[in-house]
Design a protein around this ligand. Structure first.
Ligand code: KG4
Ligand code: ZN
Length: 332
């Protein structure tokens, strides 16, 4: 079974062809980071235009590389939300048009379910039940995966997503967008205990996150240096911010594991690329942790193809008319 995956929910144009459940025949990703970083964040209108330019050439390249024609596909899986409306429209409408002309069924995929599948691509040994931490620029949540398609939200962030907090923290320190990888890099040579930033909601017995207070604590600290005219100890600030953010994420994963009795934990989303988070999670003996390879932590089409194929095998096909973009799609 050949599945074409398409991801255009934000600023990455992704295309991949998957054979059967998890054999990746090819994957392409066109990142717009360089285009958006000069604005300090993603400009939605600009992102949609870039998807328009990039998507068809990537699909053609993918089919060529796999030596197949569009008609040879068995399924097209496309992200239908959540995400930026303009970006989603480009992916969904392209997928629907190809579905009509090649007579191949199309399925709309929830981007979050896509992330949930990212650690599964290279892990045939990971089967439900497990708990899934999705930690990206738009979401921070823990889901109980009893079976594929049977999900329960255990808890999520009250305010900023973790990746959003990293991006805002980076901006406060004058670092470039996206802030997560920058802070991760600079933190490596900083002192994580230089500043006692609070670990948000660490001692509550609820699975929930909050990152806006941590970001504000960083802002006040930065202001103190600026008022005195002192240079910012950027590496120490990054390391201390990262210690608190990682501690918050790890403590809630452990809490969710205790509450559900599940030992298997799958982690995904852009922040799952964070080196300190990966190390901290892998070092905990209470849980077995699966992480995607680095290139599949952030948005990509392989995860969309795998999630779409899994849903299609589970539920069968929907009509083309059901595949509509939904920027605020949430519940899995
Ligand atoms: O999953 P993703 O590509 O897009 C969303 O669905 O949001 O995640 C992007 C987010 C950005 O906020 C970025 O700063 C963050 O992931 N990120 C990281 C790292 N790499 C990417 N955050 C912390 N450490 C990293 N190494
Ligand atoms: Zn994402």
């Amino acid at each position: 079974m050949l599945t074409l995956g398409i991801e255009t929910s934000c600023d990455d144009t992704g295309v991949a062809v998957l054979k059967d459940e998890r054999e990746v025949l090819c994957e392409y990703l066109s990142s717009q980071i360089a285009d958006h970083s000069r604005f300090g964040g993603v400009i939605p209108e600009f992102a949609a235009r870039k998807h328009l330019e990039n998507l068809l050439p990537l699909i053609n390249a993918a089919l060529r590389e796999c030596g197949i024609r569009g008609q040879d596909l068995d399924l097209i899986a496309v992200t239908r939300g959540p995400g930026l409306m303009g970006s989603l429209i480009v992916g969904v409408m392209t997928a629907r048009a190809m579905s009509q002309s090649w007579r191949v069924p199309v399925i709309g995929v929830n981007h979050l379910e896509g992330h949930m599948f990212a650690p599964l691509v290279d892990a045939p040994d990971l089967e439900p039940p497990f708990i899934s931490l999705i930690v990206s620029g738009g979401h921070t949540e823990i889901i109980d995966v009893e079976a594929f398609g049977k999900y329960e939200l255990l808890g999520e962030t009250r305010d900023d997503a973790a990746g959003e907090a990293y991006d805002k923290a980076a901006r406060i320190m004058g670092l470039k967008y996206p802030g997560g990888p920058e802070i991760d890099r600079l933190a490596k040579t900083g002192d994580p205990h230089a500043f006692g930033f609070p670990v948000p909601l660490k001692n509550t017995d609820k699975v929930e996150f909050s990152f806006s207070g941590l970001k504000t604590a960083l802002l006040w600290q930065v202001k103190k240096f600026q008022e005195k005219g002192d240079a910012l100890p950027v590496n120490d600030l990054c390391a201390s911010f990262q210690r608190a953010a990682v501690d918050a994420l790890v403590s809630k994963v452990l809490l969710a594991s205790r509450l559900t009795g599940r030992k298997r934990v799958a982690v995904s989303g852009g922040v799952s690329a964070n080196s300190a988070l990966r190390e901290a999670l892998k070092s905990r003996r209470e849980v077995n942790v699966w992480l995607p390879k680095l290139s599949r932590c952030t948005d990509n089409a392989v995860m969309i193809a795998m999630a779409g194929r899994n849903a299609w095998v589970r539920n069968g096909c929907v009509s083309n008319d059901d595949v509509v973009p939904d920027p605020s799609l949430h519940e899995l």
